[in-house]
Design a protein around this ligand. Structure first.
Ligand SMILES: *[C@@H]1O[C@H](CO)[C@@H](O)[C@H](O)[C@H]1NC(C)=O
Ligand SMILES: *[C@@H]1O[C@H](CO)[C@@H](O)[C@H](O)[C@H]1NC(C)=O
Ligand SMILES: *[C@@H]1O[C@H](CO)[C@@H](O)[C@H](O)[C@H]1NC(C)=O
Length: 225
């Protein structure tokens, strides 16, 4: 009887935990799964099919180029380089992603969240003011800001899904590396998500949502589109 109970409990626990787990990066099912771009293939793992392991090479697990800045987005003073499954196919199914960001002086990596990943950053150059917002459990309509000024060698972490920002408060370029514990962290840029949606959210709703008038909304729409 007790063995039966044990097995049933185990089975139910496994069943229940299966569903939340399916929303995250699962543990790899095999040693390696080097991605190949083949839309004709029938079997996909994390969106990509795996190369025959016998055909995998060291280059599948290699990327070169994080020693230089990406192209600066005009007007934003912001450049980012992503090392993901598309340019490092050996990352497929491993639940990781790394990126380099360069910010010109006084520029902001806009308020954003990664719905599927915790992000850990380390500064290579310059000084950042950075932080994230945690909903205040005691007050539904408030949040708590956790922020820091960070310099080369400093590490800061943004818990999964929380809104955060990075600001270059210095007078020279700031560079940092970001490590994500997901193959596909998701990037939700808050103002752009809201003011540049397709189709757009109506002016009425946005005006209500932000307690602004339609002139203000039109201005915000223009800025973030
Ligand atoms: C960046 O690294 C690549 C590969 O090692 C090298 O060819 C290139 O010269 C480096 N660029 C700079 C600016 O250091
Ligand atoms: C695979 O496809 C992605 C997205 O279409 C593309 O960006 C990438 O360059 C391709 N990678 C290779 C190795 O062909
Ligand atoms: C809209 O609100 C702004 C302040 O947020 C104010 O300056 C402006 O006059 C208002 N415009 C209209 C048409 O009410």
């Amino acid at each position: 009887m007790s063995m039966w109970w044990f097995i049933t409990t185990l089975a139910i626990t496994a069943f229940i935990s299966y569903f939340p787990a399916s929303a995250y990066d699962n543990n790899p099912l095999q040693d390696i799964c080097v991605a190949v771009n083949d839309s004709q293939a029938a079997v996909f793992v994390n969106g990509k099919i795996c190369k025959d392991p016998k055909l995998a090479t060291a280059n599948d697990f290699y990327f070169s180029g994080l020693n230089v800045s990406g192209n600066v987005v005009p007007g934003l003073g912001f450049a980012s380089t992503r090392v993901d499954v598309n340019n490092m196919p050996g990352l497929n199914t491993l639940g990781m992603f790394v990126g380099r960001t360069d910010l010109e002086p006084q520029r902001l990596a806009q308020f954003h969240t990664h719905p599927r990943a915790t992000e850990l950053i380390t500064v290579l150059e310059g000084t950042l003011y950075t932080g994230f917002l945690v909903p205040d459990a005691a007050n539904f309509f408030k949040s708590r800001l956790f922020s820091k000024i960070i310099n080369p060698g400093d590490v800061f972490v943004f818990p999964k899904g929380l809104i955060h920002f990075q600001y270059n408060m210095g007078n020279k370029k700031a560079t940092y590396l970001s490590f994500f514990n997901s193959q596909n962290p998701g990037f939700v840029i808050i103002p752009n998500s809201i003011f540049a949606s397709n189709p757009p959210i109506s002016d009425d709703i946005l005006a209500k949502g932000f307690q602004l008038n339609k002139t203000d909304i039109a201005l915000l729409r223009k800025k973030f589109s």
